[in-house]
Design a protein around this ligand. Structure first.
Ligand code: NAD
Length: 260
């Protein structure tokens, strides 16, 4: 099995893309840590994996809180002895035009996406270094790590920033076999996106159907949503890849919405 007994900590894994990655990793033999702000939902997701014969534990953490991140990683290390794979996935969306973007919302967005990626990386790093097995760090970016959309200034800024963090982590991690990469999905129908559809329709004065067809999927090659399973499969490929040949990269999975 590709991730046999690897300890894989996934943030925001109580829902959506993170949950799908947790389940895929468990199916590949990984020991999965479901980390989420919502501790109860994290426990439910971990229990679901265990019922399917996978290995899982749940921890609560707000990824933007230094002490909570450190305490949760310490809890994992005390229980299982280390961390081999980190998937920094927790994220939210807040949209406003720039001229009306409340500063508090801006800071909240950067805290979850960027502080969260940095704090979880820093907390897991010494354990990846000490194990002698190296490690794999994956940031869940977005097509918005490469492209912009109206109303999403904070999200686009944060998602672009993850690429800079991954490239730096790739350089600093190489001597220790720690790899860092970014997955950039197109639109995936998770609770995060379901919430955005009516919000964007309201802000732009168009129908929800038009938000999907004319905004979200307009530039894809086939008008299709990317699925959680698509993203989970790529996340498995990155986590299981065994050398520094694949590091500092960002891979777009978006039905051709963005091509490079
Ligand atoms: P989701 O809303 O289904 O799940 C997000 C999870 O993150 C939830 O369980 C939530 O409780 C958790 N979370 C939120 N804030 C947190 C915090 N401060 N600390 C810890 N956990 C927190 O969302 P999703 O669509 O699965 O998104 C997951 C990631 O994928 C996000 O980073 C998002 O930006 C990215 N992404 C999503 C899409 C998409 O179309 N859905 C596309 C590209 C990238």
């Amino acid at each position: 099995m590709k991730l046999q007994d690897r300890i894989c900590l996934i943030t925001g894994a109580a829902s959506g893309i993170g949950k799908a990655i947790a389940s895929r990793y468990a199916g590949a033999g990984g020991r999965v840590v479901v980390a989420d702000l919502n501790r109860e939902a994290a426990q439910a997701a971990a229990d679901e994996i265990k019922r399917g014969d996978g290995k899982a534990m749940a921890v609560g953490m707000d990824v933007g809180d230094e002490e909570q991140v450190q305490a949760a990683v310490d809890e994992v290390v005390a229980a299982w002895g280390g961390v081999d794979v980190l998937v920094s996935n927790a994220g939210i969306q807040i949209i406003h035009p720039i001229e009306a973007f409340p500063f508090a919302d801006w800071k909240r967005m950067l805290a979850i996406h960027l502080d969260g990626a940095f704090l979880t990386t820093r907390a897991c790093w010494p354990h990846m270094k000490a194990s002698g097995r190296g490690g794999s760090i994956l940031y869940i970016g977005s097509v918005h790590s490469k492209e912009a959309s109206m109303l999403k200034s904070a999200y686009v800024t944060a998602k672009h920033g993850l690429i800079g963090l991954a490239k730096t982590a790739a350089k600093e991690g190489a001597p220790h076999g720690i790899r860092a990469n970014v997955i950039c999905p197109g639109f995936v129908r998770t609770p995060l996106v379901e919430k955005q559809i009516p919000e964007q329709a309201r802000e732009l004065g168009i129908s929800e159907e038009d938000v999907v067809k004319k905004l979200m999927l307009k530039e894809t090659v086939d008008g299709e949503f990317t699925t959680m399973e698509d993203v989970a499969e790529i996340a498995l490929m990155f986590a299981a890849f065994g050398s520094n040949a694949l590091t500092g990269q960002s891979l777009v999975v978006s039905h051709g919405w963005f091509m490079q």
